[in-house]
Structure formats: C-alpha cells, structure tokens
Design a binder for this molecule. Structure first.
Ligand code: ASP
Ligand code: MG
Length: 456
C-alpha cells in the first residue's frame, strides 16, 4: 500500500523575481527544488523587471512607440528563456497567448486604465514565469505541474491590495492543492489571486512572499523557504556596513520588527500567516544556496540584547501643537479621530504636554515618502498647528528584552552623541529602540552603531 503525504509534511518554496530572472537563474531554482525532496509546492514571482513593465502599461501608455518598446522588452525577457528550452512548444504557445493578451489590455489601458484592468495586466508576469519554470523542471526529469493559484487564493475585490479570504483559501487548498502535491511538484504564482466573481486580483507590490506564506498556511506546510538574492538576514544591510554578519536563527518577533522597520528582505505581512501556524521560515540566496541562510522560528536558542539594525528612509514626521492641550483631555482623541476618519495610519509617536509628533505609515506608498493629504491637514489645523518634515530616516535597533535590561543606554547614546536625534521611540516594545535622524547622516549612524554594538 502506498503511503500518502499528508498536509503539513512538505515544504513550500518561494522564488523572487531575481531568482527567476532568466534561464540560468531558473535552472538554479530547479536544482534547489531537486535537492530538497521535501519541497512539493513552489511559488514563483514574475521574471525580474516584468512587473514594472506591466505596471507602466497598466498606467496607460499613450505613445504607441513606447508601448511597442515595452511589449518587445517583455517578449524578449521570456523569449530568452524559451530559446534555451529543449522542448519549448507548449510553454511558447502559452506565453504567446498571454503576451497577446497583454498587448490588447495595454491598448485598452491607454484609453482608460482602471484598478481591475491593472490587476489583470500585472498578473501576467507570474502567469508567464510559472509556465517557463515548470518546463525547466520537467526537462530535468522532475514531475512538475503548473497550477493556477487563482483557483485557490480567494480574495476580496479590493484591486491592487486585495485581502485574502482565509477560510475559503484553506478549504480550496484542501480540495485542489494538497492532493496534487502528493504526486507532483506543483509550480504556482505568487502575488495574484481572484475574487468571488473570478476577477484577477493582486496582493500589492512585493506580494509574492505574502502569497507564499498564505499558501504555506493553507496546506499546513512544515516549512516555508523564501529564496531571494541575499543569503539570509544580516545584522544590518552589508551595503551600509560591510562587516555585517549573517544571522543563522532569529525569532518571529525580531524578524517582524526588522521587516516592519525596513529590512527589505521580507514583505512585512509575510510572517503573519507563518506565525499563526507556527511554520518555520527559511531565507536564503538562490544564487548561493551553499551559503545557508536564516531560519525564523518561534523558539530560538539565543536571544541577544542586540540582534540587528534596520534603516527605513522616506519618513514623514508630523508635529501637532496646541496651546489648549495644557492639562486638557481629549486632544489626542480628536487628532486620532481625524486620522482614522481619513484612514491615515500612524507609525511612531511621541508626546509632550502640548504637542504630539508622529510619523506616517508607509505601507501604501511602495517605499516612497507618505504625504499628509491636504484635507487632513486642514482639518487638523482647526485644532492645532501642523508642521510636516521630510528627508528623515528611521534607524531601529532591534533586540530582546530591551525594556527590561539595564546599562546599555549609555553605550548607544554616546555612540550617537554627534547626531541630532529628531525623535526617539522606546519602551512600548521589548524588541526595539528607534531613532529618527536626518537622511544625510542616517547611514553613518548605522555604521557607528554597528561598529560599536556588533563588531566588538
Ligand atoms: N512580481 C510582483 C512585484 O514585483 C510580486 C513579487 O515579486 O513579490 O511586485
Ligand atoms: Mg520581493
């Protein structure tokens, strides 16, 4: 009698855009999958650069020459992979039909773009890359099958930033995905889903990590591998501090802080589903899998006071001052009522007797500086003076038990004595101590702190 894999006994592996950028990159992914027989479900991004081109088309390109150029760039990226397949016939047919579809949708978008049409267009990157990766796997003798994740990843119809419907996803995965993973290595798309009516939706830029985590949750995977272009999580960005060192193991709480505070390795929502189901997450480089990577787990062996430094730029700080706030109550409530009404999400906050400073949350701006909308400003000005500052960066020192530990503040602050700290946040989380500094000095603040706290 054959034994069947049950839910929970296999890994989900996700490959990002640079990992599937071309034939060689895809072949490296295939080798990684081959070497991990426990990996049964593969989530792929679009080939590097493709989503950006599709977004451009979706925004409506009036100039027909430019439109042609974009379309031919898209064709070229995919053709360079097709050209290296031993048996390209089926993949070629599929890719061509999607490219035709892209061309007509791009034309439609040049007349009138919409969020729905945008999702339809930008989803095409993942739809194409998965045909190619599947064929590469097959040519290596792996029994791979491509699966359209829109049959499982049900979302609401909030195009561009759709909300996954967890219960439906779980039951569809049980019905359609888990059985397929018993007999095949399943290759599917990140980033995309579909609403109740069958319209294509997307989870937001960079959403493939989040997709992979949702899918891993839905099949109760034993592990989630995120293969990217860096060999795991480092004590800080090695491009800023070359002596940054890899972190072999880190807790979910610390890793979430890092993702939230701008470490670009993981999409900030990624860890939420993994945490819910306690699925260990591995982050490694598909270029250098032999270098290992970082495991993110619930329980870790060591919980050092200082774990890492993260940098997030493009911060917008808003300072609200009211003479009436002196010994008054209700001012903050009024401020937050206005912000909530306008769906403005706040990140950091500090208060004094007559003023409050806050930074605006960045999740909707694809990394750009968030703006305080004019209508919100006007409403706040009825209440207090409003001052907005730009060109600030957030430096977050991430660690453990910081709010219960003694004796380290002197070391941190004397390292930063030459810097003007525009705002400091500390105390609410045991895992971080954050500073807001001017952009021009933020990298050197990271370098100094890294040297002092991580290199000695
Ligand atoms: N391809 C999508 C993007 O570039 C999703 C992803 O790769 O995570 O945003
Ligand atoms: Mg990514």
């Amino acid at each position: 009698m054959s034994t069947f894999n049950v839910a929970g006994s296999f890994n989900v592996a996700k490959f990002g855009g640079t990992s599937v950028a071309n034939f060689e990159a895809m072949s490296r992914c295939a080798a990684i999958i081959e070497n991990n027989p426990n990996t049964k479900l593969v989530v792929s991004s679009a080939c590097s650069g493709v989503t950006n081109l599709l977004v451009e088309l979706a925004n409506g390109v009036q100039d027909t020459n430019r439109r042609k150029t974009v379309l031919s760039e898209l064709a070229q990226i995919h053709h360079s992979i097709l050209d290296q397949l031993a048996d390209p016939v089926e993949a070629e047919k599929q890719v061509h039909s999607i490219l035709d579809n892209v061309a007509s949708a791009a034309e439609a978008a040049s007349f009138q773009s919409s969020k729905k049409l945008t999702d339809h267009l930008v989803a095409c990157g993942e739809l194409m890359s998965t045909f190619l990766l599947t064929q590469i796997m097959r040519e290596r003798g792996i029994e791979a099958v491509r699966f359209d994740i829109r049959d499982v990843l049900r979302t609401d119809n909030n195009h561009g930033k759709a909300e996954p419907q967890l219960e439906e996803i779980a039951s569809l995965a049980k019905e359609k995905l888990i059985p397929l993973c018993q007999s095949h290595v399943v290759i599917t798309q990140g980033f995309i889903g579909s609403d109740l009516e069958g319209n294509t939706t997307t989870l937001g830029r960079g959403g493939s990590d989040y997709s992979a985590a949702l899918i891993a949750e839905s099949v109760q995977a034993s592990g989630l591998e995120i293969w990217t272009d860096v060999p795991g999580i480092y004590t800080t960005d090695p491009r800023i501090a070359p002596n940054a060192s890899p972190i072999p193991e880190i807790s979910f709480s610390e890793a979430s802080e890092m993702a939230n505070f701008g470490a670009k390795i993981l999409h900030p929502s990624t860890l939420v589903p993994a945490l819910r189901h306690d699925i260990p997450v591995f982050v490694g480089s598909s270029k250098e899998p032999e270098k290992g990577g970082t495991w993110i787990r619930h329980q870790v062996e060591s919980s050092p006071l200082f774990r890492a430094l993260a940098l997030r730029c493009n911060q917008t700080m808003v300072t609200l001052r009211s003479a009436n706030m002196f010994h008054a109550y209700g001012f903050l409530a009024k401020v937050f009522e206005i912000l909530a009404k306008h769906k403005i999400s706040v990140d950091l906050i500090t208060t004094s007797e007559i003023s409050v400073s806050l930074t605006l949350d960045q999740t909707d701006t694809a990394g750009g500086a968030p703006e305080l909308p004019q209508a919100v400003r006007e409403e706040l000005e009825q209440l207090c003076t409003v001052e907005v500052e730009h060109n600030l960066c957030l430096v977050a020192l991430i660690g453990n038990n910081m709010s219960e530990s003694k004796g380290y503040a002197k070391q941190v602050f004397s390292t930063l004595e030459d810097f003007n700290l525009r705002m400091i946040c500390y105390g609410a989380s045991p895992h971080n101590l954050c500073f807001l500094l001017h952009e021009s000095v933020s990298r050197s603040a990271i370098q100094k702190l890294h040297k002092e706290l991580f290199e000695s």
